[in-house]
Design a protein around this ligand. Structure first.
Ligand code: FAD
Length: 316
């Protein structure tokens, strides 16, 4: 099965989800053609070979989602790919359904692992009911599209090289105009973060976020928050996780002063390890936690910072 993978790049760098998409593609079938969309350094593009790409089509222009549907349709036509892979992030969510309609290809969004093809049936697992259940879905069309959840397969590097070709397909004129792009604060983008420190209304007010930021900095994590915190403008909206916010799947999610309402859990319960700090032993979040600390955040968090700092110092 030949596989086409959408890879987003900006400011010379390929997003982590792009590398993971190539790994996903390689584990699903081969050969793998990566379609790099946006400005990317030559070394970044070439390194896709180490993740499993055999060939790269590099689209150097920056296009909006509508035009990227044209790009991916042209790439699918050129390569005859039977499987097209997207990350289930904002860009993937904007392109994959439109491409599915254009190519009349079955689409599974939010896939959790690589497809299986037992007895010719192409099946993929995905979350349903806000992560309360896992469904197995079969795609029956000849062309298939899968949008995988972040951290589904992780990054696996090996030896390999990819041939690189510049690709400039004809795209329709865009109906929208990009006016300005503002880079979000923070060193680690939340959807890509492997470690996340998140806090809720238990923190009492925005003036108390210093210790959350410090904890995140010490362990190299992104910061997140519950919805009421963003609604009250204690934190920016792009940090809001949950059913109506960003859905994340980090390796570690530390939730501080968050009750664990179902709408919050919907966006974080796929995290590999969940640590909860809450002063109410009956807080629902403890039911979803791997580790829990019953205690006052204002006492526990400074001690966590101290402990992580000591641990880091002992590693040198
Ligand atoms: C349609 C809909 C969609 C929603 N979508 C989302 C969503 O996407 N994301 C989301 O987060 N919410 C969402 N919500 C809101 C959700 O239902 C909860 O109201 C919200 O998650 C609660 O936020 P919280 O846990 O920060 O606050 P609270 O519920 O007020 O909980 C605060 C917690 O902090 C603890 N605490 C208090 N003081 C301390 C202390 N000193 N130390 C330690 N712990 C302390 C308390 O015991 C409590 O458990 C949605 C609601 C609806 C109706």
């Amino acid at each position: 099965m030949s596989v086409l993978v959408f890879v987003e790049a900006s400011n010379g760098k390929i997003k982590k989800a792009g590398f993971e998409g190539v790994v996903y593609g390689k584990l699903s079938g081969s050969p793998v053609t990566a379609v790099v969309c946006g400005e990317a350094d030559a070394a970044e593009v070439a390194s896709l070979g180490e993740y499993g790409a055999n060939h790269v089509l590099h689209v150097k222009k920056n296009y909006d989602a509508g035009a990227l549907v044209d790009v991916m349709a042209a790439a699918a036509d050129k390569t005859g790919a039977s499987l097209i892979v997207f990350p289930f992030d904002n860009t993937g969510k904007a392109i994959a359904p439109r491409l599915s309609a254009r190519l009349k290809a079955g689409l599974v969004s939010g896939a959790l692992g690589v497809p299986t093809t037992t007895e010719g049936a192409f099946k993929v697992k995905k979350n349903v009911f806000s992560g309360k259940a896992i469904a197995e879905v079969e795609i029956k069309t000849d062309k298939k599209i899968v949008a995988f959840s972040p951290n589904s397969v992780g990054l696996q590097k090996s030896e390999g090289t990819a041939s690189i070709e510049e690709f400039s397909p004809t795209v329709k004129e865009s109906k929208i105009k990009l006016v300005e792009t503002k880079k979000l604060e923070g060193d680690v983008p939340l959807p890509e973060a492997e470690l996340v420190v998140s806090a809720g209304r238990g923190l009492k007010g925005p003036e108390n976020w210093g210790m959350i930021e410090e904890l995140a900095k010490v362990i190299g994590a992104a910061t997140a928050c519950s919805r009421p915190v963003a609604d009250a403008h204690w934190r920016p909206h792009h940090e809001h996780v949950g059913q109506t916010g960003v859905a994340i799947r980090p390796n570690l999610y530390i939730a501080i002063g968050i009750s664990g309402a179902i709408q919050h859990l919907a966006g974080v319960n796929q995290s590999k390890v969940i640590v909860v700090v809450n002063n109410d032993p009956e807080a629902p979040f403890f039911k979803a936690a791997d580790y829990g600390v019953v205690g006052d955040a204002f006492q526990v968090v400074p001690r966590m910072i101290e402990a992580f700092k000591k641990f880091k110092a002992s590693q040198h």
